[in-house]
Each structure stands twice: as structure tokens, then as C-alpha cells.
Ligand binder design. Sequence first.
Ligand code: PGA
Ligand code: ZN
Length: 401
Amino acid sequence: MTLIEDIVLRKILDSRGNATVEVEVYTLNGYGRAAAPAGKSTGKHEVKAYPAGGIDAGIKYFKERMDNLIGMDSTQQEDVDAILHEIDGTENFSMLGGNVATAVSLAIAKAAANSLGLPFYQYLGGAFARSIPKPVGNVLGGGKHAVGGTTIQEMLAVSLGESAKDNVFANAEVHKIVGKKLRERFPNISLGLGDEKAWIAPMDDIEAIELVVESVKEASESTGVNIKPALDFAASSFFHNGKYHYRSRALTPEEQIDFVEDIVKDYGVYIIEDPFDEEDFESFAELTRRIGHLAYIVGDDIFVTNVERIKIGISKGAANTVLIKPNQIGTLTDTVKAIKFAKENGYATMISHRSGETCDTTIVHIGVAFGVEFIKTGAIGGERIAKLNEMIRIEEEIKGE
Ligand code: PGA
Ligand code: ZN
């Protein structure tokens, strides 16, 4: 019943209008579909999304070798993912492409769940998978996701209420208030949205943080939900020649540590992601020593969902939270290993969308299945609300409403 009968791959659009890969897997009585997203501010140590010849070469490479998976039991995820590694034969999926591997791996798991008649989160997590991660939604930003915005890539809201539904609406409310404040502040210019549907405005980083902090406060009061501000610096993208380059100044790593510490203390920032370059474990460790008790310090580009890199971070006391993006590492097995390893070592986890997305909702299910604390998946926008609305559905199901 759960044996893999067929695998279909196709190119589909992502939210930036680029091609990405979608995979469908058929068993005798089940079906699973998954798509891979695309990053723009990607970490140097991520697996390669596609081989040298691009997406078509990745699809072709897989099709020529997919007989290795046909007839396998779709419930044997570790074996399936071992075959994907074997088919590729490299350390970083540079022959098959991490995106093809990710979409195949997830689609097979979803076909297994469907064959057994279980929701995906329940198949993965069992009867005790009942907590929904707190949503972290991007409301204002810049970096590589927008032209003319802030240097800090993402300014976000994280809603900490008990109800997932209240939380996603609370984040959307922050997004609305930020929009209203921007229109008041810039009555004569056109405002836009970045890749993750956060507002873009020609603002200095501190000005922008203050506007978000104000908006978070207002939304907290009007919705009654406890909402906090969060930041993803994506600092590797503005670290050049030993300094962090903001619009009007450049900071040394030591100055950057002080700057981030002050921001957390002054503005009550609850989550800080990638405040340093992706190789700088030492600065992460120093910041964690100083403010690790006040904020979640998240490693994205520095850890790239990779157990070996997380291990280095743990040994040095760098960060206290691991960002989880399945296509940074290429298979479901490796993704789950990263989540479990982080948790076993007392680190929190945050599962995340990418800036180029599809309407795929798999990350929500993985988040619920493994008790992931946070999910970063935007505040509004079609490919973002696909996931936010899935959280509302899963919550209904869990609560038996
Ligand atoms: P991405 O970055 O553009 O690589 O998806 C998002 C992030 O830095 O979290
Ligand atoms: Zn990031």
C-alpha cells in the first residue's frame, strides 16, 4: 500500500516569477505533493539548490536515476533519503540539486502519510504533536529582498498568544498599522512591498525599528495578543572588508555586538536573527553571553540547518536558536536531525519559509510535528497566507472544533 509507484517532477512558478520544482509521488492508494522554495540571501554553506546546468539539469539527472526509488516503501524515510544522497554522490547535492532532493523527499513523506490516511503533521509527530509554532511575520524591511529599503533585511512581529488564529491575525494587524504609519510619514511617495510582502520605505534602520516597535505596541493593545518585535539582520549580506555597512556608517564586529546589544535592550526585541557574518561564531557567542537570557538569538546562514555547523555553534555557545529551512540541507531526514539535535542541546528552533515561495504548506506540518517554537512565514501575501491559513486549519483539527 505504501510502496512508491511513480514520481512526477515539473517546473512551476515561485512567488518571484522564477521557476522552481514541484514533485508528485504516487503509491498504490496514496499521493503526496511538495515544492521547493528559493532563497535570495542564501548562506554560503547551504547545499547547492541546482546543479551547474540549472533546474532542468537537476530534473533530468533525477529522472534518469529515479528507478532507484520506485518500489521502495514510502514510510522508510531514512532509507529513501539515503538513496537521494547516493544518487547525488556529493557532499552538497551539487549533482542532483538540493531543491530537487527536498521536493522529492517531502513528497514521498506526504505520500506515505496520505497512504496511511493521516494528516502530515500527525504522521510525522504522532498523537502528541499538538502545539502550533508562534508565527513570526515580516512587516518592514530591505536587504536583498527589496530595493531602497532598510539595511537590516527583516523587521518582524511575533505573536505569543495561545491561539494560532489570533496570532496570525495579530501579525497581519501589525503589518496594517505599519502601512498606515508609513503613509502618514511619506504622504507623497509610492510605497511598495518586498519579496516577503513586508513594506519597503526609504528609512534609516533605527527609524524603521522605532516605527515597528510602535506598531507592535498598538496592535498588542487593540488585539489583546502579546506581540513582540523581532529582527533578521541577514548581516552576511552587508559585511564587507571586515565591517558591517549601514547607510551612513560602517561598524567593526565589536561595534556591531554593542549595537545589537543596545537594540535588544532599548527596544525589547524578542528574536534576533543573523546579526553577524556567517563565519563569525565568536561574535554570536559573545552576544549570547551578554543577552542570551533576554532574547532568542537565531542562526540561519551560520548553521544552514546542518548538524555539523550547529555542533560548532553549540561547542562555542553561539546563539540559542536554530533556523530550520529544509532546502538548506536537502532532505526531510537531515531537517529532522537538525531540529532534534538543536532541541537535545537546549537550543530553540524556528522553521522558516524562503523569500521565493510557493503555496506549499509542508513547513507548517513539520513545525507542529516536532514542537518547533516559532515559524517565520510572512504576515500577508498569497504564498505566505497559504501557510498561515494552514496553521488555522491544523489548530481547528487539533482542538476538535
Ligand atoms: P532567503 O532569506 O532570501 O535566503 O530566503 C531569508 C532569510 O534570511 O531568513
Ligand atoms: Zn535569515
